[in-house]
Design a protein around this ligand. Sequence first.
Ligand SMILES: NC(=O)c1ccc[n+]([C@@H]2O[C@H](COP(=O)([O-])OP(=O)(O)OC[C@H]3O[C@@H](n4cnc5c(N)ncnc54)[C@H](O)[C@@H]3O)[C@@H](O)[C@H]2O)c1
Length: 389
Amino acid sequence: MATTKFKEASPYVQPTPTPPPEDYLYKIYEDNVALKSSRTGEKVLNLAIFGLGRAGTIHLSSLARNPRVKITYVVDDVESKWAALKEFWGLNDATFLNSKQSSAVFKDPKVDVVVVASPTFTHEDIVVESLKAKKAVFCEKPIAESRENSVKCYETAKAVGKPLFCAFNRRFDPSYSAVRQRVQKGEVGHVQTIKVCSRDSPLPSIEYLRTSGGIFHDCMVHDIDMMTWIIGEYPIKVAVQAHTHIPEIKALDDHDTVAATLYFPSGTLGIVDLSRNCNYGYDQRLEVFGPKGMLTATNEQPIHCVETQYGLNGLTTAPIWYSFPSRYRNAYQTEMEHFLDIVHGKAQSIVDYRETLAVSKIATACEESARSGKMVEIKWGADELPKRN
Ligand SMILES: NC(=O)c1ccc[n+]([C@@H]2O[C@H](COP(=O)([O-])OP(=O)(O)OC[C@H]3O[C@@H](n4cnc5c(N)ncnc54)[C@H](O)[C@@H]3O)[C@@H](O)[C@H]2O)c1
Protein backbone atom coordinates (compact mmCIF):
# COMPACT_ATOMS: atom_id res chain seq x y z
CA MET A 1 0.00 0.00 0.00
CA ALA A 2 1.37 3.37 -0.99
CA THR A 3 0.34 5.08 2.22
CA THR A 4 1.60 2.43 4.65
CA LYS A 5 4.68 4.54 5.14
CA PHE A 6 2.53 7.14 6.93
CA LYS A 7 1.28 4.67 9.50
CA GLU A 8 1.93 5.92 13.04
CA ALA A 9 2.05 4.36 16.48
CA SER A 10 -1.27 3.76 18.23
CA PRO A 11 -2.99 7.00 19.41
CA TYR A 12 -2.93 5.48 22.92
CA VAL A 13 0.84 5.86 23.03
CA GLN A 14 0.86 9.34 21.48
CA PRO A 15 0.27 12.67 23.28
CA THR A 16 -3.46 13.35 23.75
CA PRO A 17 -4.64 16.25 21.57
CA THR A 18 -6.14 19.16 23.48
CA PRO A 19 -9.50 20.67 22.49
CA PRO A 20 -9.23 23.82 20.36
CA PRO A 21 -9.83 27.07 22.32
CA GLU A 22 -12.60 27.87 19.83
CA ASP A 23 -14.71 25.12 21.41
CA TYR A 24 -15.78 27.40 24.25
CA LEU A 25 -18.64 25.09 25.24
CA TYR A 26 -16.31 22.11 25.70
CA LYS A 27 -14.16 24.25 28.02
CA ILE A 28 -17.21 24.89 30.22
CA TYR A 29 -18.00 21.16 30.12
CA GLU A 30 -14.44 20.25 31.14
CA ASP A 31 -14.62 22.70 34.06
CA ASN A 32 -17.96 21.19 35.10
CA VAL A 33 -16.56 17.65 35.00
CA ALA A 34 -13.50 18.66 36.98
CA LEU A 35 -15.66 20.77 39.37
CA LYS A 36 -13.17 23.50 38.56
CA SER A 37 -14.46 26.88 39.57
CA SER A 38 -13.15 30.29 40.42
CA ARG A 39 -16.41 30.72 42.34
CA THR A 40 -15.75 28.40 45.24
CA GLY A 41 -16.72 30.11 48.51
CA GLU A 42 -18.69 32.89 46.81
CA LYS A 43 -21.70 34.33 48.61
CA VAL A 44 -24.94 33.47 46.80
CA LEU A 45 -26.28 36.84 45.63
CA ASN A 46 -29.88 37.84 46.31
CA LEU A 47 -31.27 39.18 43.08
CA ALA A 48 -34.29 41.20 41.96
CA ILE A 49 -35.33 41.25 38.30
CA PHE A 50 -37.46 44.02 36.79
CA GLY A 51 -39.41 43.20 33.63
CA LEU A 52 -40.13 39.73 32.31
CA GLY A 53 -40.88 40.39 28.66
CA ARG A 54 -38.58 39.43 25.78
CA ALA A 55 -35.26 40.48 27.34
CA GLY A 56 -36.23 39.66 30.93
CA THR A 57 -37.17 36.08 30.02
CA ILE A 58 -33.75 35.57 28.42
CA HIS A 59 -32.01 36.77 31.58
CA LEU A 60 -34.35 34.82 33.85
CA SER A 61 -33.43 31.64 32.00
CA SER A 62 -29.72 32.34 32.72
CA LEU A 63 -30.47 33.15 36.36
CA ALA A 64 -33.12 30.66 37.47
CA ARG A 65 -30.72 27.73 37.02
CA ASN A 66 -27.69 29.64 38.26
CA PRO A 67 -26.14 28.50 41.56
CA ARG A 68 -24.53 31.94 42.01
CA VAL A 69 -27.84 33.74 42.62
CA LYS A 70 -31.11 33.41 44.44
CA ILE A 71 -34.01 35.19 42.79
CA THR A 72 -35.62 37.05 45.67
CA TYR A 73 -37.92 39.50 43.85
CA VAL A 74 -39.65 39.56 40.49
CA VAL A 75 -41.16 42.89 39.46
CA ASP A 76 -43.56 42.96 36.51
CA ASP A 77 -46.99 44.43 35.93
CA VAL A 78 -48.58 41.41 34.24
CA GLU A 79 -49.90 39.91 37.47
CA SER A 80 -51.91 37.24 35.61
CA LYS A 81 -48.60 35.50 34.77
CA TRP A 82 -47.16 35.38 38.29
CA ALA A 83 -48.49 31.93 39.29
CA ALA A 84 -47.32 30.30 36.05
CA LEU A 85 -43.91 32.01 36.31
CA LYS A 86 -43.49 30.74 39.85
CA GLU A 87 -44.27 27.20 38.87
CA PHE A 88 -42.33 27.14 35.57
CA TRP A 89 -39.09 28.56 36.97
CA GLY A 90 -39.41 27.15 40.50
CA LEU A 91 -39.56 30.62 42.06
CA ASN A 92 -41.45 29.59 45.16
CA ASP A 93 -39.25 31.66 47.47
CA ALA A 94 -39.43 34.83 45.34
CA THR A 95 -41.72 37.74 46.13
CA PHE A 96 -43.69 38.98 43.12
CA LEU A 97 -44.44 42.70 42.95
CA ASN A 98 -45.97 45.10 40.47
CA SER A 99 -44.03 48.26 39.59
CA LYS A 100 -46.00 50.38 42.10
CA GLN A 101 -44.79 48.08 44.89
CA SER A 102 -41.16 48.04 43.77
CA SER A 103 -39.86 50.22 46.62
CA ALA A 104 -39.87 46.99 48.69
CA VAL A 105 -36.89 45.85 46.61
CA PHE A 106 -34.91 49.02 47.32
CA LYS A 107 -35.77 48.90 51.01
CA ASP A 108 -34.67 45.28 51.42
CA PRO A 109 -31.02 45.25 52.54
CA LYS A 110 -30.74 41.56 51.61
CA VAL A 111 -30.96 42.37 47.88
CA ASP A 112 -27.44 42.54 46.43
CA VAL A 113 -28.17 42.80 42.72
CA VAL A 114 -30.86 44.28 40.46
CA VAL A 115 -31.35 43.22 36.84
CA VAL A 116 -33.27 45.79 34.79
CA ALA A 117 -35.09 44.45 31.73
CA SER A 118 -38.19 46.63 31.82
CA PRO A 119 -39.04 49.11 29.02
CA THR A 120 -36.35 51.70 28.29
CA PHE A 121 -38.30 54.68 29.71
CA THR A 122 -38.37 52.97 33.14
CA HIS A 123 -34.60 52.26 33.34
CA GLU A 124 -33.35 55.54 34.78
CA ASP A 125 -35.60 55.52 37.89
CA ILE A 126 -35.00 51.84 38.66
CA VAL A 127 -31.23 52.19 38.12
CA VAL A 128 -30.93 55.29 40.33
CA GLU A 129 -33.15 53.90 43.12
CA SER A 130 -31.29 50.58 43.08
CA LEU A 131 -27.88 52.26 43.19
CA LYS A 132 -28.92 54.61 45.98
CA ALA A 133 -29.97 51.52 47.93
CA LYS A 134 -26.44 50.13 47.34
CA LYS A 135 -27.39 47.41 44.89
CA ALA A 136 -25.17 46.43 41.95
CA VAL A 137 -27.08 46.95 38.70
CA PHE A 138 -27.21 45.07 35.42
CA CYS A 139 -29.23 47.19 32.98
CA GLU A 140 -30.43 46.37 29.48
CA LYS A 141 -29.33 48.87 26.87
CA PRO A 142 -29.81 51.80 26.85
CA ILE A 143 -29.13 52.86 30.46
CA ALA A 144 -31.52 55.82 30.08
CA GLU A 145 -33.48 57.58 27.35
CA SER A 146 -30.82 60.25 26.80
CA ARG A 147 -27.06 60.56 27.20
CA GLU A 148 -27.54 63.22 29.91
CA ASN A 149 -29.74 60.92 31.99
CA SER A 150 -27.28 58.04 31.51
CA VAL A 151 -24.55 60.35 32.87
CA LYS A 152 -26.71 60.87 35.99
CA CYS A 153 -26.98 57.11 36.44
CA TYR A 154 -23.21 56.62 36.15
CA GLU A 155 -22.57 59.52 38.54
CA THR A 156 -24.84 57.84 41.09
CA ALA A 157 -22.97 54.55 40.59
CA LYS A 158 -19.67 56.32 41.18
CA ALA A 159 -20.99 58.15 44.26
CA VAL A 160 -22.23 54.96 45.92
CA GLY A 161 -19.35 52.77 44.71
CA LYS A 162 -21.53 50.11 43.07
CA PRO A 163 -21.22 48.67 39.55
CA LEU A 164 -23.63 49.77 36.83
CA PHE A 165 -23.27 47.39 33.90
CA CYS A 166 -24.75 48.17 30.47
CA ALA A 167 -25.74 44.97 28.68
CA PHE A 168 -24.22 45.19 25.23
CA ASN A 169 -24.66 41.47 24.61
CA ARG A 170 -22.92 41.29 21.23
CA ARG A 171 -19.53 41.84 22.88
CA PHE A 172 -19.96 38.42 24.46
CA ASP A 173 -20.65 36.62 21.19
CA PRO A 174 -17.75 34.23 20.55
CA SER A 175 -17.54 35.04 16.80
CA TYR A 176 -17.45 38.81 17.28
CA SER A 177 -14.90 38.50 20.10
CA ALA A 178 -12.73 36.41 17.79
CA VAL A 179 -12.99 39.01 15.01
CA ARG A 180 -12.06 41.74 17.48
CA GLN A 181 -9.03 39.84 18.77
CA ARG A 182 -7.78 39.25 15.24
CA VAL A 183 -8.33 42.87 14.21
CA GLN A 184 -6.52 44.03 17.35
CA LYS A 185 -3.63 41.69 16.51
CA GLY A 186 -3.35 43.44 13.12
CA GLU A 187 -4.42 40.51 10.95
CA VAL A 188 -6.13 42.76 8.40
CA GLY A 189 -3.81 45.73 8.98
CA HIS A 190 -5.18 49.26 9.37
CA VAL A 191 -8.92 48.77 8.89
CA GLN A 192 -10.21 50.50 5.76
CA THR A 193 -13.88 49.57 6.13
CA ILE A 194 -15.99 47.91 8.78
CA LYS A 195 -19.49 46.87 7.73
CA VAL A 196 -22.36 45.70 9.89
CA CYS A 197 -25.61 44.32 8.56
CA SER A 198 -28.24 44.13 11.26
CA ARG A 199 -31.79 43.17 10.30
CA ASP A 200 -34.25 42.47 13.07
CA SER A 201 -36.63 39.53 13.20
CA PRO A 202 -39.46 39.26 14.00
CA LEU A 203 -40.90 42.75 13.57
CA PRO A 204 -41.35 44.10 17.12
CA SER A 205 -44.89 44.94 18.27
CA ILE A 206 -46.15 48.49 17.88
CA GLU A 207 -46.60 48.60 21.67
CA TYR A 208 -42.86 47.90 22.07
CA LEU A 209 -41.86 50.42 19.37
CA ARG A 210 -44.01 53.13 20.93
CA THR A 211 -41.66 53.29 23.96
CA SER A 212 -38.49 51.86 22.40
CA GLY A 213 -36.70 55.21 22.01
CA GLY A 214 -36.55 54.84 18.19
CA ILE A 215 -34.42 52.73 15.86
CA PHE A 216 -31.19 54.66 16.52
CA HIS A 217 -31.19 54.34 20.32
CA ASP A 218 -32.96 50.99 20.44
CA CYS A 219 -31.23 49.06 17.61
CA MET A 220 -28.33 50.95 16.11
CA VAL A 221 -26.61 51.34 19.49
CA HIS A 222 -25.67 47.63 19.24
CA ASP A 223 -24.02 48.15 15.83
CA ILE A 224 -22.24 51.34 16.90
CA ASP A 225 -20.97 49.67 20.07
CA MET A 226 -19.69 46.62 18.21
CA MET A 227 -17.97 48.68 15.55
CA THR A 228 -16.21 51.08 17.94
CA TRP A 229 -15.27 48.20 20.26
CA ILE A 230 -13.70 46.21 17.43
CA ILE A 231 -11.66 48.99 15.87
CA GLY A 232 -11.06 50.96 19.09
CA GLU A 233 -11.94 54.44 17.82
CA TYR A 234 -14.92 56.79 17.60
CA PRO A 235 -16.34 58.58 14.55
CA ILE A 236 -15.95 62.30 14.00
CA LYS A 237 -18.56 62.55 11.22
CA VAL A 238 -21.70 60.62 10.36
CA ALA A 239 -23.94 60.76 7.30
CA VAL A 240 -27.17 58.80 7.52
CA GLN A 241 -30.15 58.08 5.31
CA ALA A 242 -33.27 56.57 6.80
CA HIS A 243 -36.71 55.66 5.51
CA THR A 244 -39.94 54.26 6.89
CA HIS A 245 -41.68 51.67 4.69
CA ILE A 246 -44.20 50.50 7.30
CA PRO A 247 -47.10 52.95 7.84
CA GLU A 248 -47.64 52.03 11.51
CA ILE A 249 -43.97 52.85 12.25
CA LYS A 250 -44.21 56.06 10.25
CA ALA A 251 -47.14 57.08 12.44
CA LEU A 252 -44.74 56.87 15.41
CA ASP A 253 -42.31 59.20 13.60
CA ASP A 254 -39.73 56.40 13.72
CA HIS A 255 -37.75 54.71 10.92
CA ASP A 256 -37.58 51.06 9.87
CA THR A 257 -34.62 51.15 7.47
CA VAL A 258 -31.28 52.91 7.92
CA ALA A 259 -28.09 53.21 5.85
CA ALA A 260 -25.34 54.95 7.81
CA THR A 261 -21.74 55.90 7.10
CA LEU A 262 -19.34 56.74 9.91
CA TYR A 263 -16.00 58.46 9.40
CA PHE A 264 -13.27 57.63 11.93
CA PRO A 265 -10.25 59.84 12.68
CA SER A 266 -7.74 57.32 11.28
CA GLY A 267 -9.58 57.19 7.95
CA THR A 268 -11.50 53.97 8.66
CA LEU A 269 -15.01 54.05 7.20
CA GLY A 270 -17.91 52.37 8.98
CA ILE A 271 -21.08 51.24 7.22
CA VAL A 272 -24.28 50.16 8.97
CA ASP A 273 -27.19 48.55 7.12
CA LEU A 274 -30.09 48.31 9.53
CA SER A 275 -33.69 47.11 9.27
CA ARG A 276 -36.50 46.52 11.75
CA ASN A 277 -38.10 43.80 9.69
CA CYS A 278 -36.32 40.92 8.01
CA ASN A 279 -38.56 38.14 6.67
CA TYR A 280 -35.88 35.41 6.36
CA GLY A 281 -34.61 35.52 9.95
CA TYR A 282 -32.29 37.53 12.18
CA ASP A 283 -29.65 38.69 9.70
CA GLN A 284 -26.47 39.63 11.59
CA ARG A 285 -23.29 39.98 9.55
CA LEU A 286 -19.98 41.68 10.12
CA GLU A 287 -17.08 42.37 7.76
CA VAL A 288 -13.73 44.02 8.46
CA PHE A 289 -11.55 44.86 5.47
CA GLY A 290 -7.96 46.06 5.36
CA PRO A 291 -4.79 45.87 3.25
CA LYS A 292 -3.88 42.43 4.63
CA GLY A 293 -7.26 40.78 4.13
CA MET A 294 -10.85 40.55 5.24
CA LEU A 295 -12.48 39.00 8.30
CA THR A 296 -16.16 38.15 8.28
CA ALA A 297 -18.64 36.84 10.81
CA THR A 298 -21.52 35.43 8.82
CA ASN A 299 -24.96 34.26 9.91
CA GLU A 300 -25.12 31.12 12.01
CA GLN A 301 -27.48 28.34 10.93
CA PRO A 302 -28.95 26.29 13.80
CA ILE A 303 -29.01 23.03 11.81
CA HIS A 304 -25.76 23.79 10.03
CA CYS A 305 -24.75 20.12 9.70
CA VAL A 306 -27.46 19.59 7.07
CA GLU A 307 -25.69 21.56 4.39
CA THR A 308 -27.68 21.56 1.20
CA GLN A 309 -30.68 19.99 -0.40
CA TYR A 310 -30.47 19.54 -4.17
CA GLY A 311 -33.63 19.92 -6.22
CA LEU A 312 -34.52 20.63 -9.84
CA ASN A 313 -35.22 24.24 -8.91
CA GLY A 314 -31.77 24.65 -7.38
CA LEU A 315 -30.19 24.23 -3.97
CA THR A 316 -31.65 25.05 -0.57
CA THR A 317 -29.89 25.26 2.74
CA ALA A 318 -30.86 25.49 6.42
CA PRO A 319 -32.45 28.69 7.74
CA ILE A 320 -30.53 31.16 9.89
CA TRP A 321 -31.50 31.79 13.53
CA TYR A 322 -34.92 33.41 13.74
CA SER A 323 -34.22 36.05 16.38
CA PHE A 324 -31.93 37.43 19.10
CA PRO A 325 -32.79 34.99 21.93
CA SER A 326 -31.48 32.08 19.85
CA ARG A 327 -28.70 33.83 17.88
CA TYR A 328 -27.11 35.38 20.98
CA ARG A 329 -27.99 32.65 23.51
CA ASN A 330 -24.35 32.05 24.44
CA ALA A 331 -23.64 35.77 24.57
CA TYR A 332 -26.46 36.48 27.03
CA GLN A 333 -25.25 33.74 29.36
CA THR A 334 -21.60 34.81 29.22
CA GLU A 335 -22.60 38.45 29.72
CA MET A 336 -24.51 37.55 32.93
CA GLU A 337 -21.58 35.52 34.29
CA HIS A 338 -19.28 38.47 33.54
CA PHE A 339 -21.59 40.78 35.49
CA LEU A 340 -21.63 38.39 38.47
CA ASP A 341 -17.82 38.27 38.32
CA ILE A 342 -17.80 42.11 38.43
CA VAL A 343 -20.08 42.09 41.48
CA HIS A 344 -17.70 39.69 43.23
CA GLY A 345 -14.71 41.89 42.32
CA LYS A 346 -13.27 39.12 40.12
CA ALA A 347 -13.44 41.03 36.84
CA GLN A 348 -13.34 44.58 35.59
CA SER A 349 -16.30 45.43 33.37
CA ILE A 350 -15.44 45.08 29.68
CA VAL A 351 -18.11 47.71 29.03
CA ASP A 352 -16.63 51.06 30.13
CA TYR A 353 -19.15 53.80 31.05
CA ARG A 354 -17.48 56.18 28.61
CA GLU A 355 -18.08 53.70 25.81
CA THR A 356 -21.79 53.50 26.64
CA LEU A 357 -22.08 57.29 26.73
CA ALA A 358 -20.11 57.64 23.49
CA VAL A 359 -22.42 55.15 21.77
CA SER A 360 -25.42 57.20 22.89
CA LYS A 361 -23.84 60.41 21.54
CA ILE A 362 -23.11 58.76 18.18
CA ALA A 363 -26.68 57.37 17.96
CA THR A 364 -28.04 60.89 18.58
CA ALA A 365 -25.77 62.30 15.84
CA CYS A 366 -26.94 59.56 13.44
CA GLU A 367 -30.59 60.37 14.14
CA GLU A 368 -29.90 64.09 13.66
CA SER A 369 -28.22 63.36 10.32
CA ALA A 370 -31.11 61.18 9.15
CA ARG A 371 -33.71 63.77 10.14
CA SER A 372 -31.84 66.79 8.76
CA GLY A 373 -30.43 65.10 5.65
CA LYS A 374 -27.03 66.58 6.52
CA MET A 375 -23.70 65.18 7.62
CA VAL A 376 -23.20 65.67 11.36
CA GLU A 377 -19.80 66.27 12.96
CA ILE A 378 -19.10 64.82 16.41
CA LYS A 379 -16.71 66.63 18.73
CA TRP A 380 -15.14 64.71 21.59
CA GLY A 381 -13.97 66.24 24.86
CA ALA A 382 -10.53 65.36 26.21
CA ASP A 383 -11.81 62.89 28.84
CA GLU A 384 -14.88 61.73 27.02
CA LEU A 385 -13.49 58.60 25.41
CA PRO A 386 -11.94 55.50 27.00
CA LYS A 387 -8.18 55.21 26.77
CA ARG A 388 -8.17 51.44 26.33
CA ASN A 389 -7.08 50.89 22.76
N1 LIG B 1 -29.90 43.30 24.44
C1 LIG B 1 -30.87 42.82 23.71
O1 LIG B 1 -30.65 41.98 22.86
C2 LIG B 1 -32.28 43.29 23.94
C3 LIG B 1 -33.33 42.67 23.26
C4 LIG B 1 -34.63 43.11 23.51
C5 LIG B 1 -34.87 44.15 24.39
N2 LIG B 1 -33.81 44.74 25.01
C6 LIG B 1 -34.03 45.84 25.96
O2 LIG B 1 -34.73 45.29 27.08
C7 LIG B 1 -35.69 46.21 27.56
C8 LIG B 1 -37.06 45.54 27.59
O3 LIG B 1 -37.41 45.18 26.27
P1 LIG B 1 -38.36 43.93 25.97
O4 LIG B 1 -38.29 43.70 24.51
O5 LIG B 1 -38.11 42.82 26.89
O6 LIG B 1 -39.77 44.59 26.33
P2 LIG B 1 -41.16 43.85 26.60
O7 LIG B 1 -42.21 44.83 26.30
O8 LIG B 1 -41.18 42.51 25.92
O9 LIG B 1 -41.13 43.53 28.18
C9 LIG B 1 -41.11 44.53 29.15
C10 LIG B 1 -41.67 43.94 30.45
O10 LIG B 1 -41.48 44.89 31.48
C11 LIG B 1 -42.66 44.97 32.27
N3 LIG B 1 -42.69 46.29 32.89
C12 LIG B 1 -43.23 47.45 32.42
N4 LIG B 1 -42.97 48.48 33.28
C13 LIG B 1 -42.26 47.94 34.32
C14 LIG B 1 -41.71 48.48 35.49
N5 LIG B 1 -41.79 49.78 35.79
N6 LIG B 1 -41.05 47.64 36.33
C15 LIG B 1 -40.92 46.33 36.05
N7 LIG B 1 -41.42 45.77 34.92
C16 LIG B 1 -42.08 46.57 34.06
C17 LIG B 1 -43.79 44.69 31.31
O11 LIG B 1 -44.91 44.21 32.00
C18 LIG B 1 -43.17 43.64 30.39
O12 LIG B 1 -43.38 42.33 30.87
C19 LIG B 1 -35.61 47.43 26.66
O13 LIG B 1 -34.85 48.41 27.31
C20 LIG B 1 -34.89 46.96 25.42
O14 LIG B 1 -34.08 47.97 24.85
C21 LIG B 1 -32.54 44.32 24.81
